[in-house]
Design a protein around this ligand. Structure first.
Ligand SMILES: N[C@@H](CCC(=O)N[C@@H](CS)C(=O)NCC(=O)O)C(=O)O
Length: 211
């Protein structure tokens, strides 16, 4: 049985959805960022970085979201990640883009919201970061113009992670991000999947009010 440390609607939601897509047995532990549970001494022993997600598999602690996803998909039967070849490379390439480029850009904006007081400097920082994030979404939108998912006709973990991130505008409205119609179509399709809906319900997230 896996253990997943998550915070509602954070990037850990992608892992939560994937665990449910896999029909895996897991215990989900609410480590709410809003309530500061990620800063508790107990959690910091598990992840000194104070970040979710964390997966514990049979005593092994795995702390980076993309590594957790690859670990889960390499060890459970699934159609989300090709086993070999360029198709697998492409799926990992998009996962890394979602995790290390798109997510990382949003992380910069969360840091600005926390660390720079409201005013001109903060607005300039939001504008610069917002422009980078908008370019990321425009690239995703263009990729999705002629295909259902980022890797073609088969859903892959990157589709799930970008769908989670797409809802963070509720926390960062200052960025004024606009999703193109292809990106929005993909997000709608991914969020409608039963595994995604079950994960939202379990995390008690409704996208209208939370993220
Ligand atoms: N590179 C890490 C980033 C994880 C990350 O930044 N998680 C956010 C939530 S989406 C977090 O835990 N932030 C801690 C905080 O805001 O204090 C990963 O992919 O696992």
């Amino acid at each position: 049985m896996y253990k997943l440390y998550y915070s509602p609607a954070a990037c850990s939601l992608a892992i939560h959805v994937i665990l449910r897509e896999l029909d895996a047995k897991f215990e989900a532990i609410n480590t709410s960022l809003q309530e500061g549970k990620n800063r508790s001494p107990e959690f910091l022993k598990i992840n000194p970085r104070g970040n979710v997600p964390v997966l514990v598999d049979n005593g092994a602690v795995i702390r980076e979201g993309a590594a957790i996803i690859l670990h889960l998909l390499d060890n459970n039967a699934n159609n989300l990640l090709p086993k070999t070849g360029l198709e697998r490379t492409r799926a990992i390439e998009w996962l890394m883009f979602a995790n290390s480029t798109l997510h990382a850009n949003y992380s910069k904006a969360f840091t600005v919201a926390r660390a720079i007081p409201e005013g001109d400097a903060q607005q300039q920082a939001f504008k610069a970061i917002g422009d980078m994030i908008q370019k990321n979404w425009d690239e995703l939108d263009a990729t999705l113009a002629n295909q259902q998912f980022l890797c073609g006709s088969q859903i892959s973990p990157a589709d799930i992670l970008i769908s989670v991130i797409a809802h963070w505008d509720v926390w960062l409205p200052q960025l004024s991000i606009k999703l193109g119609k292809n990106a929005q179509r993909l997000v709608n399709e991914v969020v409608a999947r039963p595994a995604y809906q079950q994960a939202l319900a379990a995390e008690q997230v409704t996208y209208q009010e939370a993220a």
